[in-house]
Write a protein that binds this ligand. Structure first.
Ligand code: FE2
Ligand code: FE2
Length: 162
């Protein structure tokens, strides 16, 4: 409950910050039918859970802010022909550029955003918070994709067998 409250408090700060475009992330789909906003909140939640369960000492505020902003790339990556090729490789850089424009980020927050796609992008995270978000992101992405695959499989089943 305490964790949930701290995520909510940091989330409100990020949403209300004077230059924040965080609300836009609700309009873009990340995986399946999960919006980028929902995905980022889930990653923040799982990150805090990992830190707690494994008793890892972290800067909790930076962990949460980094997780909330790790996919702050602000475009629909499913849109074809809009210059979003190699999204998987490039989006951490776009997210960091946008986040640096709109927020005052700590070194930890910057590393969380920039390195969350390791090992797809080859340079590893350099702090505990970035490692945790990197793992939480993979966990959430897999869950979100699996949910969609399951839904499609169910629909296909019903389509074929009625
Ligand atoms: Fe990402
Ligand atoms: Fe992500």
């Amino acid at each position: 409950m305490k964790n949930f409250k701290s995520i909510k408090r940091v989330l409100e700060e990020v949403r209300q910050d004077s230059k924040s475009r965080f609300k836009q992330t609700r309009e873009y789909i990340q995986h399946g039918n999960t919006s980028v906003m929902k995905h980022c909140i889930a990653v923040a939640y799982v990150s805090v859970m990992i830190a707690n369960k494994l008793h890892i000492r972290v800067d909790k505020k930076s962990l949460i802010r980094g997780a909330l902003l790790h996919d702050y790339f602000l475009y629909d990556w499913h849109e074809k022909g809009a210059g979003h090729q190699l999204h998987g490789f490039k989006h951490p850089y776009f997210a960091l550029r946008n986040a640096n424009r709109d927020f005052k980020l700590s070194d930890i927050e910057q590393n969380v955003i920039l390195r969350h796609m390791f090992p797809l992008t080859p340079i590893p995270p350099k702090c505990r918070e970035a490692w945790i978000v990197c793992m939480a992101d993979k966990y959430c992405s897999t869950k979100e994709t699996m949910y969609t695959v399951k839904k499609y499989a169910n629909n296909a089943f019903h389509f074929v067998f009625g």
